[in-house]
Design a protein around this ligand. Structure first.
Ligand code: PLP
Length: 356
């Protein structure tokens, strides 16, 4: 479909296609990396106590309660925290705040990895930013050395998607030190299932922005909350983009539920630990069966069936009511991405997978 009313940008855009959220029947849903456990009990309690009449008023445009809670969580100042309507929105703001559009090669490009979050090339096209996707090592790990070249910025998902492979802070530190005038944006959507976060480096580096989300580890994908951590001039840059588009990207309900989610650290840590235990168990089982998989440090596995290609695995599992993610891109179509569900869900997945 197209329309004479569309502008050129919309007419040529190739939007990101999110994973299915089917409504036809109940699936074991292992396709969009949601947490299989509910949000912290404090979130339900805050929802029950929420005063609906307060929705008459606009939310706090500075979201100071949520930013203060996040700052305390990461031992930062609230001026070093930005919150937004999901981390995808914040990543889009980064393209508008920090990268140069329409400059026909006059500035150095933004660097990312050949296998990475597939939203990055969508933003790059849409915002007309030159994005250079560097090849990975043969084992699909990221080689920090390859980034030693002129660039405006580096944009990485860590753990990476869909490989799940992780770069430790020593590697991130070397990326940062390669050029202190080059911004490094680390998209840590899955970091709570991995050994460490680069948030610990924010105080030390002016050129680091860490982006995280409540969607995965906090079990709040339906709420739409993400945040960025960085020195205050970077945060201010994001605020300027937002305030030229929409002053109120985080609503009252989201802010109060976000604060509630942060209030229960033991619950959060237990959920993450459970996912990691299940991931390691499922991963060991799949290896024994002869499947090929990367050493994922995220809440998903990226798996190649010993006999069947990714499209076949996806189709056959779907027929059995199990939904996984398949990317048709040729280079990666051999595999499927499988989110870590509950132990019971994963047992059903394994039973189906080995009998395909
Ligand atoms: C899920 C995901 C996001 C987006 O998260 P939202 O906060 O739900 O918008 C960002 N980056 C990566 C790599 C993701 O997998």
């Amino acid at each position: 479909m197209s329309s004479i009313f569309w502008n050129k940008q919309i007419s040529s855009a190739k939007p990101y296609i999110p994973g299915e959220q089917p409504r036809d029947k109940q699936y074991i849903k292992l396709n969009t990396n949601e947490l299989p456990y509910p949000p912290a009990p404090a979130v339900q309690a805050a929802l029950n106590n929420f005063d609906g009449s307060a929705l008459r008023l606009y939310p706090d445009p500075t979201q100071i309660k949520l930013r203060t809670a996040l700052a305390a969580n990461f031992q930062l100042d609230p001026s070093e925290v930005f919150v937004g309507n999901g981390s995808d929105e914040i990543l889009a703001f980064c393209f508008q705040a920090f990268f140069e559009a329409n400059d026909e090669g006059k500035t150095a490009p933004v660097l990312s990895t050949a296998l990475g979050y597939s939203f990055y090339p969508v933003y790059a096209d849409f915002f007309k930013v030159a994005l250079n996707l560097l090849p990975l090592n043969a084992d699909l790990t990221v080689n920090p050395e390859a980034f030693q070249r002129p660039a405006r910025a580096v944009l990485l998902a860590n753990p990476n998607a869909p490989t799940g492979l992780f770069l430790d802070n020593q590697a991130i530190r070397s990326l940062l030190n390669q050029d202190l005038e080059r911004l490094v944006i680390v998209d840590e959507a899955y970091v709570d299932f991995a050994p460490e976060s680069s948030a610990a480096l924010v105080k030390e580096f002016d050129n680091l922005l860490v982006v995280q989300t409540f969607s995965k580890s906090r079990a709040l994908a339906g709420l739409r909350l993400g945040f960025a951590l960085g020195k205050s001039p970077l945060i201010r840059g994001l605020e300027i983009v937002r305030d030229n588009i929409n002053s109120y990207t985080v609503d009252r309900l989201s802010e109060s539920l976000g604060v509630a989610a942060l209030s229960d650290t033991p619950y959060f840590e237990e959920c993450c630990a459970r996912v990691v235990r299940t991931r390691e168990r499922v991963s060991a089982f799949l290896k024994k069966f002869g499947a090929e998989l990367t050493d994922s440090q995220a809440n998903f596995l990226w798996v190649r069936h010993p006999r069947l290609n990714g499209a076949e695995v996806y189709q056959k599992l779907k027929q059995q009511g199990i939904l996984v993610r398949h990317f048709s891109d040729q280079r990666i179509s051999a595999r499927v991405r499988v989110s870590i569900g509950t132990d019971a869900e994963m047992d059903q997945f394994l039973e189906a997978f080995i009998n395909l």
